[in-house]
Design a protein around this ligand. Structure first.
Ligand code: AMP
Length: 362
């Protein structure tokens, strides 16, 4: 473990051991810059766990107080490593997509460093069966799941498990096209068998991601931003004239390369808030302590402006990186630029002040 930006000795730090949580940490990827900038803006110390290959990137940012370098993020599972961090900094960990894709759910649930939000709900995000259950309980009905390849009848999207950012997803219209695509994934060692794939009816519409924050301290839901993903190469196909699309045999894929801001028609906001509230209620029932902190409901608006949700993320999403200086929605709620990262830090601050940290940490 290597420390940068850190002139004090360990014993000095030990003697100043923080009685309270005044340090926010995360893994160096996904939305870490926004999270730590927001933490700094709210007066916290910031700590980043960083892989060697990214040190030069993260050293550029002065709001990162401490950079701890690892060869692989799995090193943070080491009990001694975590104990050291707790002794030295008493940090709060902000989970994001890279934490979920780098570690197993069992590992995250056993984590000793307190995690902001509900770490138990992360399992419900990455397990497609649990995910469907929570969405149905929220009355946010996902497109129909197709249980057997024999039942594929019309356009379907086939997904891998876990937070892979749409990587490896493909479209099929019948059993034959499913088998051909699945075979390619097996041959390239992405999956071992077809059973690892999840088939869902394709929802036709324009993709929209609703970024929420639920505060258990204020018992209030905030819509802080809206975005869509910029995905290769589904978003590249429209640049090729139809005649070449037909002859080139291109398979659309859904690998996220960035995010694009959206503002919704104001008339769509009541239902957006209502979905968010139903989700918070359902999470409270099925996965105590529910949904404190950021989450995202992901779907498409169809040609009747109805929202068809296909996913949720039960933690901060990378699309919030758009709004480091606030969004058209956060600006209506706050007089300072309120990114999602900063909103998290603000909630921790409020929880510390009112001795309610138990409501926001697991
Ligand atoms: P996800 O990782 O599930 O958020 O999905 C990645 C991308 O796949 C999304 O941004 C959508 O473009 C697309 N997608 C996922 N599920 C569906 C669906 N049922 N219908 C249409 N597009 C979908």
């Amino acid at each position: 473990m290597t420390l940068y930006n850190d002139s004090e000795t360990n014993s000095q730090k030990n003697s100043q051991k923080h009685a309270n949580h005044d340090c926010i940490m995360t893994l160096g990827s996904h939305c870490s810059l926004q999270v730590l900038k927001g933490a700094k803006d709210e007066g916290f110390q910031t700590l980043l766990i960083c892989e060697e290959k990214r040190v030069s990137l993260y050293k550029r940012f002065r709001f990162i107080d401490k950079l701890i370098v690892v060869n692989n993020f799995k090193e943070i599972l080491n009990q001694g490593f975590q104990k050291n961090l707790i002794d030295l900094y008493n940090p709060i960990m902000i989970p994001h997509g890279t934490l979920i894709s780098s570690l197993s759910m069992d590992d995250i649930e056993k984590f000793k460093i307190p995690i902001f939000g509900n770490k138990w709900i992360l399992r419900w995000e990455s397990d497609r069966v649990l995910k469907q259950q929570l969405m149905i309980e929220s009355s946010i009905l996902p497109p129909k799941q197709i249980l057997s390849k024999n039942d594929i009848d019309g356009l379907c999207i086939v997904k891998l498990h876990g937070a892979a950012g749409g990587k490896g997803y493909f479209l099929v219209s019948d059993k034959k096209s499913f088998e051909e695509q699945a075979q390619k994934l097996i041959e390239s060692n992405v999956i071992i068998s077809e059973d690892q794939l999840f088939i869902q009816k394709y929802a036709n519409g324009v993709p929209v991601y609703l970024q929420f924050f639920y505060s258990p301290i204020e018992n209030e839901l905030e819509l802080l931003g809206v975005d869509r993903r910029y995905e290769t190469d589904i978003d590249a196909l429209g640049r090729i004239p139809a005649e070449f699309q037909m002859s080139s045999n291109l398979e659309p894929s859904y690998t996220v390369v960035g995010n694009i801001p959206i503002v919704l028609r104001e008339s769509l906001l009541p239902e957006a808030y209502s979905m968010g509230e139903r989700f918070v209620d359902a999470a409270g029932k099925l996965v105590p302590p529910g949904m404190p902190g950021p989450f995202c409901i992901e779907g498409v608006y169809d040609n009747g402006a109805n929202f068809i949700a296909f996913e949720f993320s039960a933690r901060i999403v990378a699309g919030t990186n758009l709004y480091v200086s606030g969004s058209p929605y956060s600006d209506l709620l706050y007089d300072v630029p309120m990114s999602m990262g900063r909103r998290i830090a603000l909630e921790i601050k409020k929880a510390i002040k009112s001795s309610k940290l138990g409501l926001v940490l697991t």
